[in-house]
Design a protein around this ligand. Structure first.
Ligand SMILES: [Zn+2]
Length: 134
């Protein structure tokens, strides 16, 4: 059975699937495999199987695609960063890079207006907050 999953995008991620080894392999019994994808190519993946330190080469042709499950890790917490206060001259670039402003909006806004607009933004739940470092 061929698979249509882009395993390259999942390098470093955990996966579980049913594997049917090639006939005449040392152990050709179909089984469920769980592990971390170390590397992927167009025809095989290198897998660090759960509970084993060794990497194992798995031919994609042996993976039953409808049994593939990616094991999702819970998200890690991202903490708010403290950055220097914005200046009048730096406000436009800051709005563009850190506050999702579009280029045409920035190019239609003066330095002073950008500074005022930014000063009114509540940063409490954003990825950064401005503070003077002692
Ligand atoms: Zn800001």
């Amino acid at each position: 059975m061929t698979t249509v999953v882009d395993f390259k995008a999942y390098e470093g991620k955990k996966i579980k699937f049913k594997y049917v080894p090639p006939k005449n392999a040392a152990d050709d019994a179909p089984r469920t495999i769980e592990g971390t994808i170390d590397m992927a190519t167009d025809s095989a993946i290198l897998l660090k199987e759960r509970g084993s330190a060794m990497l194992k080469l798995i031919e994609l042709s042996g993976i039953e695609s409808d049994t593939i499950e990616f094991i999702v890790d819970p998200p890690t917490e991202i903490k708010q960063k403290t950055v220097a206060p914005v200046t009048v001259g730096g406000a436009r670039n800051h709005l563009l890079d850190k506050h999702g402003w579009k280029l045409d909006a920035i190019n239609g806004t003066s330095d002073e207006d950008a500074y005022k607009i930014h000063s009114a933004i509540d940063h409490e739940n954003l990825g950064h907050v401005h503070e003077v470092r002692e």
